[in-house]
Design a protein around this ligand. Structure first.
Ligand code: UDP
Length: 236
């Protein structure tokens, strides 16, 4: 399957059309941004790692009956995916306190939550992705009630399968962001699942092995991405 015209360029990926109107090619870049684009940089080979890690995790989720846009990995930086219409709601699932939750609630990072928290954010860069709730989703027609209920249910299933898979590889799934799309009337998990979109800590040392190393300038960013790739995908 070959790339046709560029459809969209985002912060981390470029989306290309293919000869098949139902399929796109996602090209993973090394560009890194944080704080809604205010901090910009490059993480060497991040695109290769995020493509490989996302492909492995989408395959694993498919084995758990969770459908996604993923079809196959085409090359180091390219993934073939079903062409979904993205629902403009970012879904964040949290297992431990970190990031904006620590700030919002005045709690220390690392506290284990008694149950997972699901949050919704309106996907709009100009507005800085504001946090919203289910009522906003319905009133502003971002998704139907049936769609957002499916999204929540699938997100919690992803959390269960992903937490177990990662813990077996000595990785704590602190929190993560998912996006969903519609595809011929179905809801599919979309976007990517990788160290850009998840907080991943070593389960013994609690060392951060994700994009927080870039956001907080902790150093050893590339090393952390490689370590996640090694643990998730096996030797590289
Ligand atoms: N996240 C993301 N994209 C965003 C915002 C958040 O992938 O635009 C991920 C982030 O990596 C973390 C989780 O969602 O794993 C929760 O992020 P949080 O709300 O704490 O925001 P942040 O601290 O990243 O601004």
């Amino acid at each position: 399957m070959e790339r046709r015209e560029k459809l969209y360029e985002g912060k981390a990926k470029i989306i290309y059309a293919t000869a098949d109107p139902d399929k796109n090619i996602l090209y993973f870049k090394d560009d890194a941004t944080a704080f809604n684009g205010a901090k910009k940089g490059t993480i060497l080979d991040k695109g290769i790692i995020n493509n490989r890690v996302s492909a492995r995790l989408f395959q694993m989720l498919a084995e758990h009956g969770i459908e996604s846009h993923f079809i196959e990995q085409l090359s180091d930086r390219e993934m073939l995916a079903r062409k979904v219409a993205i629902i403009p709601v970012e879904v964040v699932i949290r297992n431990y306190v970190a990031g904006s939750l620590a700030k919002r609630m005045g709690r220390k990072e690392g506290e284990k939550l008694p149950q997972a928290i699901v949050e919704y954010y309106y996907k709009d860069d100009a507005l800085n992705d504001p946090m919203i709730n289910r009522d906003h989703v319905l009133v502003f027609n971002l998704a139907t009630a049936a769609q957002i209920d499916t999204v929540r249910e699938v997100a919690l299933k992803v959390n269960q399968a992903l937490s177990e898979y990662l813990l077996a590889r000595d990785i704590l799934l602190v929190d993560f962001k998912l996006e969903f799309g519609t595809y011929h009337g179905r809801i599919l998990l979309a976007d990517e699942i990788c160290p850009d979109t998840c907080r991943l800590w070593d389960c013994h040392t609690l060392e951060k092995l994700d994009k927080d190393r870039f956001r907080q300038e902790l150093g050893k960013v590339e090393e952390a991405y490689l370590e996640i790739c090694r643990r998730v995908c096996g030797e590289i």
